[in-house]
Design a protein around this ligand. Structure first.
Ligand SMILES: Cc1cc2nc3c(=O)[nH]c(=O)nc-3n(C[C@H](O)[C@H](O)[C@H](O)COP(=O)(O)OP(=O)(O)OC[C@H]3O[C@@H](n4cnc5c(N)ncnc54)[C@H](O)[C@@H]3O)c2cc1C
Length: 398
C-alpha cells in the first residue's frame, strides 16, 4: 500500500515517505468506476503519477450493472456535439481494446459489426422512422449512417426474429463489449502503470492551498496538483467544493440474463445482446425509482415478453440472473466535462454511456487533463454552464 495519506505517514513511515509530502501525486482521480478508471489509465499511459480514491467493492454502481453496449444510434438528438463525440468514441474503441489486450492480456470481447433497434408493430416502426429522420436532419450532427429496415430486410441479418417484428433501425457503428472485463482491464492496466488505487477512501472534503489540492478521506488526507472528479452521481455533491457544477438526475435500470444458448444473435440490439459467454442479456428499463436492491418483476416481465416476441425461441430459456442498477445521469442526459475557473486544475467528468465513451475518456479526457485545459472545440458543448440555473429536460436518446 502507498503511504501517501498523512495519517498513515504519522503512523510510522515518516522517513521513507517524506518525499511524497509535497503534492503526493500529479493527479488524484476521485471515483474508481468506469470513468475514473478509464481516465486514470489514460493518465498513467501518459506517464503521470496518479492516485485513484474510491469507495470500492462495498458499493454497487453503474459500472458493475450496465448493459455493455458501445452504442451510437439515436444518441445526441438536441446536442449535435454529442453525436460527434459518440462517433469518435466508437471509432477509437478498437485501439482501446487492442492496447488493453496488449498491456493486460485481457480480451474485452469487443464486437463492432453494427447494431439494431427492433420495433414491434406499425406504431413503433413509425415512431422510429420519425426519430431517424430527425437525427438525419440535425444540423452539425455526425453521420450515423442509421437507416430504417423492413422486417424482411432485418430477417436477412437476424433470421430468428418473430412475426411481431415490424422492422427496425440499423447503424453500422454500433457494437458491444464485455464491460466487466473492460473494467477489470482498466484496473489491471493502471496498476501496471504504477497508479495507486485506494478503496474505502470516500472523499468528504476538498480544498486548495499552496497551489495543491487536499482531499480529506476517513483514512487521512491526500495531496495532488490536479484533481478529476469522476464519482458518478456523487459529483453533484463534490463539484461545488471546487467551484464546479454537476446537476444529476439518476434513473434506475433492470437487466435480466438467461442461461447460455447456441450463438443466434450476430448483432447486438438496443435491448437484447448475446454475450461472448453465450448468455442472453435483456435490458434495460428506465425508472425514476432509485432503490437498486429490489427487482420489480412486473417490469422484468414486460422486458422478457418483448424479447420473446422479437425472438420466440428465447421463451425456452431459463433466467439465471437479474439485477437493478442506478444510472449516472446528468440532468439533461448529456455528458458533463468541465474545468474550474475558481480552482484551476480541478476537472469534473460524468455521463451516462461510460462504456461507449470509455475510449474518449482514456485517450482524450486524460490528454486534456495532462495538458491542463479542456479543448473547447472538442468538449466545450459539455460544460455545465449550459444548465444555467434551471434544470433541463432529458433529450439525450435515453
Ligand atoms: C442498467 C444500466 C445499463 C447501462 N447500459 C449501458 C450501456 O449499454 N452502454 C453504456 O455505454 N453505458 C451504459 N450504462 C452506463 C454506464 O454503466 C455508466 O455511464 C458508467 O458506469 C458510469 O461510470 P462512473 O465511473 O461515472 O460511475 P459509477 O459506476 O457510479 O462509479 C463512481 C465511483 O465513484 C465512487 N465514489 C462515489 N462517491 C465517492 C467519493 N466521495 N469519494 C471517492 N469515490 C466515490 C463510487 O464508489 C464508484 O466506484 C448503463 C448503466 C446502467 C445502470
Amino acid at each position: 500500500m502507498s503511504k501517501a495519506f498523512s495519517s498513515e505517514v504519522d503512523a510510522g513511515s515518516r522517513k521513507e515517505n517524506a518525499s511524497k509530502q509535497k503534492s503526493d501525486y500529479d493527479v488524484a482521480v476521485v471515483g474508481g468506476g468506469l470513468l475514473g478508471s478509464a481516465i486514470a489509465w489514460g493518465l498513467g499511459r501518459l506517464g503521470k503519477s496518479v492516485a485513484v480514491l474510491d469507495e470500492g467493492d462495498i458499493t454497487k454502481r453503474a459500472s458493475r450493472a450496465n448493459f455493455a453496449l458501445v452504442w451510437v444510434q439515436s444518441k445526441g438528438l438536441g446536442m449535435p456535439a454529442y453525436t460527434v463525440w459518440t462517433v469518435q468514441a466508437s471509432q477509437a474503441w478498437r485501439r482501446l481494446a487492442s492496447e488493453l489486450k496488449q498491456q493486460t492480456g485481457l480480451d474485452v470481447a469487443l464486437q463492432q459489426n453494427g447494431g439494431f433497434h427492433l420495433t414491434l408493430g406499425d406504431d413503433e416502426f413509425g415512431q422510429r422512422t420519425e426519430l431517424v429522420k430527425r437525427m438525419h436532419n440535425q444540423v452539425g450532427a455526425a453521420d450515423y449512417k442509421m437507416e430504417m429496415l423492413s422486417a424482411s430486410e432485418v430477417k436477412k441479418s437476424l433470421p430468428l426474429i418473430g412475426p411481431d417484428v415490424s422492422g427496425g433501425s440499423y447503424c453500422p457503428l454500433d457494437g458491444h463489449v464485455n464491460s466487466l472485463r473492460t473494467f477489470r482491464a482498466f484496473h489491471t492496466g493502471f496498476r501496471a502503470f504504477g497508479i495507486d488505487y485506494f478503496p474505502e477512501r470516500p472523499v468528504s472534503a476538498i480544498s486548495k492551498s499552496g497551489g495543491e489540492f487536499r482531499l480529506a478521506t476517513p483514512k487521512g488526507e491526500l495531496r495532488a496538483a490536479k484533481i478529476v472528479l469522476a464519482a458518478g452521481n456523487a459529483n453533484q455533491t463534490l463539484a461545488p467544493m471546487v467551484g464546479l457544477y454537476a446537476p444529476m438526475g439518476p434513473t434506475r435500470g433492470q437487466i435480466v440474463v438467461t442461461e447460455r444458448t447456441m450463438p443466434f444473435l450476430p448483432h447486438p440490439l438496443t435491448t437484447i445482446r448475446q454475450t461472448d459467454e453465450g448468455t442472453v442479456m435483456i435490458g434495460d428499463s428506465k425508472e425514476d425509482e432509485l432503490d437498486e436492491r429490489t427487482m420489480k418483476h412486473s417490469i422484468s416481465g414486460v422486458m422478457a415478453d418483448r424479447a420473446q416476441r422479437m425472438f420466440p425461441h428465447l421463451a425456452r430459456l431459463n433466467v439465471v440472473r437479474s439485477w437493478a442498477g442506478i444510472r449516472v445521469m446528468p440532468q439533461d442526459g448529456f455528458p458533463i466535462y468541465d474545468q474550474s475557473k475558481t480552482h484551476p486544475g480541478a476537472f469534473v467528468a460524468c455521463c451516462h454511456s461510460g462504456v461507449t465513451l470509455a475510449s474518449n475518456h482514456a485517450f482524450e479526457i486524460a490528454r486534456m487533463v495532462t495538458q491542463g485545459a479542456l479543448e473547447p472545440e472538442l468538449v466545450g458543448a459539455f460544460s455545465a454552464s449550459r444548465f444555467g440555473d434551471a434544470g433541463a429536460a432529458n433529450n439525450s436518446g435515453y
